[in-house]
Design a protein around this ligand. Sequence first.
Ligand code: ADP
Ligand code: MG
Ligand code: ZN
Length: 743
Amino acid sequence: MIKGNRFQEKYHFLEQYFGYKHFRPGQEEIIDSILSGHDVLAVMPTGAGKSLCYQVPALMLSGVTLVISPLISLMKDQVNALTSMGIRAAYLNRSLSMALYNKALDNMAHGVYKIIYVAPERLVSEQFVAVCQSLEISLIAIDEAHCVSQWGQDFRPGYLNIARFIQRLPQRPVIGAFTATATEDVKADIIGLLQLNNPLALTTGFDRPNLFFSVMRPDSKPITLLKLVRERDNQTGIVYCATRKRVEEICDFLCEKGFSATRYHAGLTDDERLKNQDDFVYDRKRIMVATNAFGMGVDKSDVRFVIHYNMPKNLESYYQEAGRAGRDGEDSDCILLFGLQDIATARYFIENAEPNSEMTPAQYAAFKQKEGERLQQMISYCKTEGCLRAFMLQYFGDEAEERCDKCSNCKTSFKTVDVTVEAQKILSCIVRTKERFGAQLICDVLMGRESQKVISFGLQSQTTYGILKDVKRAQLKSLIESLEAQGYIEYLGTGRPVLKVTESGWLVLKGKVQVQSREALQTRTTAKPEKADVNEELFRELQAVRSEIAQQRGVPAYVIFSDATLRSMCQRLPLTDEEFLSISGVGETKRKLYGERFINVIRMNYPKKGGKMPFKITGEQLRGFEYSDEPIYASEIANRINALVVNPTRKKLAAQDITNWLVSVNLLETVKMNDRILKLPTEKGLQRGMLRQYRENENGAYYLVLYERQAQEFIIGHMTEIMHHSALNRLKAYEINDKIFQA
Ligand code: ADP
Ligand code: MG
Ligand code: ZN
């Protein structure tokens, strides 16, 4: 009975506060489990919506929910997001001043908050524990729960205090542990060290259907990067580099080319890191160039692309970093720029990894061995000609279709050609030069180039010298890559790797195997269709309103509404409160706070069959308005304004638009005089510089209204209101017409 009610109830909370209609995979089971008092261990990929799994129960349970998170920077944003949905929440960590901390603690003791975020260090503060002991705590949610395990890279000693803290509470609350990455070892650690009680262990699939995966092997990474960020004009993205030095170079490079970029790595001061991160999160900078130090604790949901300038050292890191794109569920691109040098760099990092102080030498050796294997898989991902998504999902133990149709390999159209003869020539050149050289020199020899190295090694006398002189270098290189991808040759050694023929390569040389190569005809690196399917102008305007509101409230833009929510507004064009509320991502509180401002913008861009769009002018354009020192008529003001904009798809401003608005703010009033309806200045209007001008004709006396400079300034200063007012009237007129037509 109670369960049945709660089942309904959680939908109500989902809709009322978060503005969503449906739960995502896994969320419902987890929430049900928590509500029935059963611990949970949830492993869900980044962006799957873990927060909601504890936030919805937090609203429904009678007591307080504590959320333990290692990421101080994230707490503020999460609390902002909750507050803006009308949920009472706070955070307690060392970023607060003493006074603020005490205030928050006091509020907490008085039951002001429903959800409280704390850093694990808090759990050993006696003052904090005392408050917790006096409260009803219904749920403890442990975010990034893998931090409790020493096996992972994010081990946080503070997490080891959690179990002891829970024991000290008078009543054991339900415990929910959440993480995006957990191997079996880590899962066992989480259950053991957090003392979860026979938890519901739920792992949702790793697939992120909205992400488009690409691997490119560019001849020039800087040029390719430039092209990629140019194509993604106005989008927010992250560029990951392997080293601090590279981060500096690339960030400088992008800035020089006029892009709005900032950087993040462990070599910067705390202050600068924080500032740069904020610039990115609050959309003051569009591109973040960073090492892998960046990302944890950044929940920015509208990251549209993640480009890896270098290959990471394993697929776990890659998927985690690339997965920071598209948390809002919108199409986003994950592009990896692969170069052979990346392999050497990754090997170097593994060789020189600091041993964890807890590891025995044997464990350390095993760790390195494991890291080497993982690197090998990462390399295979870069080289595979099969579906990238399938490769990744299989690596993580998920089922996968053979093709996803949403990765660069699936989306590249190939032409298969027989290249056995060329392959034999290449292989033979490698063998005859004694497997001492890399691709560059092999190409030189095959093409018959007299490069310095060819001469100094005396390679002109080789029988293979010049046997492929009609082939272009780029083609030859991609042929060599293809042979490598198919396992006929391999690179050996670090630093300057040399090419070696493998066993299957020898079969080719002996004529026992035919070689096929796929030539890419066209490669795609994005899921975006060529033409946008929503009104881009409206989308930009909604974005502008969103960033205005975000700035006023001092929160990141995505906390107000996600891109997905704005797009949905563009498609559905809500005009009433009710329609606005029905947009996914709009809850009751947000509707009340922001509905009007967004609806105003939508009204301004609302298309109607057979009619033009409402009049519109920007503040920039309006700056050209020529004021008259003599009093002028409203029609003259309208003329001067219309002279500033040319837009054939929109209506012109009419004198009536101005005077109707002036009536609505009580500066003019409608008066009947000799069978005429006149709009004449009120007392207030007279004070604002509106004049009555006496006129007479055969029908009798009447007045015209003139506007002094002061009144002109007032009108220009309120142009936005005038536009919105006229757009609203236009829709009302349509509605009346519609009704007349229907009748
Ligand atoms: P995670 O912590 O798993 O990486 P988040 O909790 O930050 O993911 O959620 C990612 C995004 O998904 C957020 O913008 C959130 O509002 C959105 N989201 C979560 N659940 C739903 C849902 N049921 N419907 C629509 N959007 C959702
Ligand atoms: Mg999260
Ligand atoms: Zn694919």
